[in-house]
Ligand binder design. Structure first.
Ligand SMILES: [Zn+2]
Length: 193
């Protein structure tokens, strides 16, 4: 079981593609609850399993965007009724352009933000904690968050998708974080050896 601290950039797990979730029911419910707790504690709107130390196709989101109601299993519902959500084995489908450039951050990159281009409307097919399949259509902030968290499960990070100008702007901060995390992991390994 992973710890409740968030894994930072420089930790190789963030570059690991998650394995499919195969065990549903109480163990997955417990992981989902622990991830939601960790996300809320960090004031985040999304957290993916690799950030939680688990290389799995799994993420949680909590986005209440009253401007954009969501469509869950074909029905329009207010987001606050279903959030927070645990999504296992997500499949992302791009529904509509145009892409929009917005400033984005990530809990694995404290203090680092940059502009990222994302599609406005997406669909995610996923399983809930009981293994039941669902289809979620979202726009705006939730659509952005779903794309960000889906990427995490593939080992793709927001710095990869950042505009070139912003990649250059944050490059030294990113490198510093990577070095710091790698040094901390090395020290921890030595301590536990
Ligand atoms: Zn992130």
């Amino acid at each position: 079981m992973a710890s409740d601290s968030i894994h930072l950039y420089g930790d190789p797990i963030l570059r690991t593609r998650g394995e499919a979730v195969r065990e549903f029911g109480p163990p997955l419910v417990a992981i989902g609850e622990a991830m939601i707790k960790t996300m809320h504690k960090a004031n985040g709107i999304g957290l993916a399993a690799p950030q939680f130390g688990l290389a799995l196709q799994l993420f949680v989101v909590d986005v209440d965007d009253p401007e954009h109601p969501i469509i869950l299993d074909g029905k329009k519902v207010p987001a606050d009724l279903v959030m927070p959500l645990v999504l296992a084995n997500p499949k992302l489908t791009i529904l509509e352009g145009p892409a929009k450039i917005c400033s984005e951050g990530c809990l694995s990159f404290p203090g680092i933000t940059g502009e990222v281009e994302r599609i406005e409307k997406v669909r995610v097919d996923y399983s809930d904690t009981e293994g039941k399949p669902h289809a979620l259509e979202a726009q705006g902030l939730l659509a952005r968050c779903l794309q960000h968290e889906f990427d995490h499960c593939q080992g793709v990070l927001f710095i990869d998708r950042m505009t070139r100008a912003h990649q250059i702007l944050v490059a030294s901060k990113v490198k510093k974080l990577q070095r710091q995390t790698a040094a901390e992991l090395k020290a921890l390994k030595k301590k536990n050896a």
